[in-house]
Design a binder for this molecule. Structure first.
Ligand SMILES: NC(=O)C1=CN([C@@H]2O[C@H](COP(=O)(O)OP(=O)(O)OC[C@H]3O[C@@H](n4cnc5c(N)ncnc54)[C@H](OP(=O)(O)O)[C@@H]3O)[C@@H](O)[C@H]2O)C=CC1
Ligand SMILES: Nc1nc(O)c(N)c(N[C@@H]2O[C@H](COP(=O)(O)O)[C@@H](O)[C@H]2O)n1
Length: 218
């Protein structure tokens, strides 16, 4: 598998208590300077991956706007093909290359809805999108570098399955708290620290009150 895997960077802005969004879905943690950095990074990757909930909460564009450079391919993990046809991602799919990764659980009508747009639909996995198989297919399409931009559920899958190479985390000067807010990593988590991937701190950059941490997996 490793041989066919693109290089994967997980990226997020977190509060000092490790949250990426409040319980109402407010996730604007990055400063303008940090967004400028993020967009420079977007321009250097071949593709960006996000989960369905992030699309539904944020209605993002995932384009390069705060810096110069080409737009990466946008990839949405949406097992049942439930994203709205009004979403900016689908509405702008004629201008920005877009892949919707779905599983065999997708209904005929949802597949038809997606096929009304100029997107590529990749079907992989029985219930959820099979991420390893998706990465192999992306590698065959010459996609070599991928930025995973959340959310917490998708981040957990990449960490649990040990299919990432680098983490770029901005610690923003806010505290969110709460049991229903979204953490950088959602899901059950590891039961022992020894099961966590080992991380090497490659660099720390200060952007006024924000810290950008760059870790490589050892
Ligand atoms: N501050 C920051 O940097 C960021 C914040 N966010 C915030 O995160 C929140 C969303 O996070 P969260 O709710 O955890 O959801 P995610 O965005 O991680 O989406 C999770 C969904 O993706 C779909 N999916 C399909 N295949 C898989 C797979 N193999 N593994 C995991 N998920 C899969 C699933 O839905 P299905 O089964 O239906 O396909 C799943 O429920 C939003 O509020 C957003 O604003 C997001 C990104 C960055
Ligand atoms: N790095 C980072 N910092 C934040 O504060 C964020 N809220 C996010 N969110 C991610 O960026 C997407 C929005 O992209 P567009 O501005 O619409 O291009 C959002 O959906 C998350 O994936 N990231």
């Amino acid at each position: 598998m490793e041989k066919f895997k693109p290089y994967v960077i997980l990226s997020a802005a977190i509060s000092v208590d490790g949250k990426i969004a409040t319980r109402t879905g407010d996730s604007k943690l990055s400063s303008d300077k940090d967004l400028h950095r993020l967009h420079k990074l977007r321009a250097k990757v071949d593709a960006i991956i996000i989960g369905k909930n992030t699309l539904m909460r944020d209605d993002p564009l995932l384009t390069v706007r705060y810096s110069k450079g080409k737009n990466p391919i946008r990839i949405i993990l949406d097992s049942k093909g439930e994203i709205s046809d009004k979403s900016k991602i689908l509405q702008t799919s004629a201008k920005v290359p877009t892949i919707i990764a779905v599983s065999k659980k997708i209904t005929k009508s949802n597949l038809q809805k997606l096929n009304n747009f100029p997107v590529q639909v990749i079907i992989t996995g029985e219930k959820s999108v099979n991420i390893k198989s998706l990465l192999k297919k992306l590698s065959e399409k010459k996609i070599k570098k991928i930025l995973v931009e959340g959310g917490g559920t998708v981040n957990w899958e990449f960490i649990k399955q040990n299919i990432f190479d680098e983490l770029i985390i901005t610690i923003s000067p806010f505290v969110i708290g709460g049991n229903d807010s979204i953490s950088f990593v959602q899901g059950i988590g590891f039961d022992k620290i020894s099961k966590s991937p080992n991380l090497h701190l490659k660099s720390v950059k200060r952007l006024k009150n924000h810290l950008v941490l760059n870790y490589r997996k050892v």
